[in-house]
Each structure stands twice: as C-alpha cells, then as structure tokens.
Design a protein around this ligand. Structure first.
Ligand code: AMP
Length: 218
C-alpha cells in the first residue's frame, strides 16, 4: 500500500478496500470483488459512502457513470479477446504490452446493475454499480431465450456477501443479512402486451407526477 493510500484509506461500506481498488477518479473508485459472480465482476462506487442513487449530486453521478464506461473499456480490453478463455495481456517483441491488442466493448456484452436499497438486494450499504463482462463463448448468456441466471445469482445466497461476512465475523448476536431482491418469477407466456391506451394513460400519470415534483422544487 502506498503512503498516500495509508493516509487516505478507501472504504466500501464498513470494509477497508484500499488494496482492492484499481481505479480512482475525483468522485469514484472501482474495486475487485470479494466474491465475483463471473470472471471480471467488479464494482464502481462513489467515494462518499452514499447509500442510495438519489443521494448523489449531479457531478458525482456523471463521474460514476464515466468511471463505469472506463472500466468497461478496460474489461473489454482484457476479456473480449476473441478466445473463450481470457488470456493474460499479450506482449510485443520488446516485452512491452501490445497497446492495440484485446477487445472493445462491442466485442462482448455487460450486465450493469445497481441494487438500490436492501429490498432490492443491496447487502453493502454503500452505493455500488456491478459491472459484469459477458464473454462470448464463455460467460455470455446462452441462447436467445429470456433465461439468464445472473439476476437470480445476484439476489440469492451467491450474492449475499453480507451474510458470508457475518458468518465469519459476528457469530454471536445480531441477525444475519439475508439475500434479497429477486424478481417474482413471471412466466413469459403470462405477460400480456399492454394496449396503446393503457401505456398512454400511464405516461400521462408519470408526466403529472413529474410536474408535481417540478412545482415542489425537487
Ligand atoms: P449487493 O448485493 O448489490 O449489495 O452487492 C454486494 C457486492 O459487494 C457483492 O458483489 C460482493 O461480492 C461484494 N463485496 C462485499 N464485500 C466486499 C469486500 N469487502 N470487498 C469487495 N467486494 C465485496
């Protein structure tokens, strides 16, 4: 750890994560995951320990999403190499890392997710954006169907690191954080397309609510 990081330790919720951080910006940082759901699953957080997305100022929000984009470029460069298994960075003839090697974001896909609040599955009370590369031929969603286990994994015990840490550190007392945030299972066949009228009514209602917020100065 550098002298600077000892002076300015970075915290993710209650955890000191300075040595896991690989990217910092004026308002954000990105860290490797304690328990990644897939290879390359990382987190991007605001430097201030805001809990909820609505707590961020406009500059913090812009900075956070720009950091997410930068991290996507980095992950694409490393993981979207055209081979099913990610390879270590290649070098040119001089042993230097080849700059143009590796992929671009369009060479694969990403899940970008925020569990904004405990009832949505948030287990660490410090806002974080999950960035999960989906590597073609390796960790990409299979087939054209709607099924993708990643959301269930994020919400179930796989993603309940709060629970795993509680097991390790607080065996006595308190209550174990529970996984949460799974979507109710809805069969695709039961989903009816809505009529234009229904959708327009809802759009009108949301415009009215936004109008009230504007009038109240929110
Ligand atoms: P969520 O369920 O959306 O709150 O996600 C919490 C995420 O934080 C999970 O992906 C965990 O694996 C990750 N996580 C929890 N504790 C740590 C830690 N100390 N260092 C790095 N990642 C962590």
């Amino acid at each position: 750890m550098s002298a600077n990081s000892e002076r300015n330790p970075l915290r993710f919720g209650p955890f000191e994560v300075t040595s896991q951080v690989f990217y910092t910006t004026p308002h954000s940082f990105a860290l490797v995951n304690l328990k990644p759901l897939l290879p390359g699953h990382v987190l991007v957080c605001p430097q201030k320990p805001h809990k909820r997305l609505t707590d961020l100022s406009a500059p913090e929000l812009t900075d956070l999403m720009q950091a997410v984009q930068r991290v996507q470029h980095m992950l694409a460069r490393h993981y979207f190499t055209g081979s099913a298994s990610p390879s270590p960075p290649r070098t040119d003839g001089n042993g230097e890392e080849a700059k143009e090697d590796g992929g671009h974001p369009g060479d694969g896909s990403f899940n970008i997710a925020i569990q904004d609040g405990a009832e949505a599955g948030q287990t660490v009370p410090h806002l974080h954006v999950h960035v999960i590369p989906r590597i073609r031929g390796a960790t990409a969603k299979s087939g054209d169907g709607p099924d993708d286990k990643i959301y269930e994994m994020m919400a179930d015990e796989n993603g309940n690191v709060g629970g795993a840490l509680w097991d390790r550190e607080h065996k006595a007392g308190g209550s174990r954080p529970r996984p949460g945030g799974g979507f109710p299972r809805i069969e695709d066949a039961d989903r009816q397309a809505r009529s234009m009228r229904e959708m327009e009514e809802e759009a009108t209602m949301f415009r009215d609510v936004l109008g009230s917020l504007d009038r109240e100065g929110f």
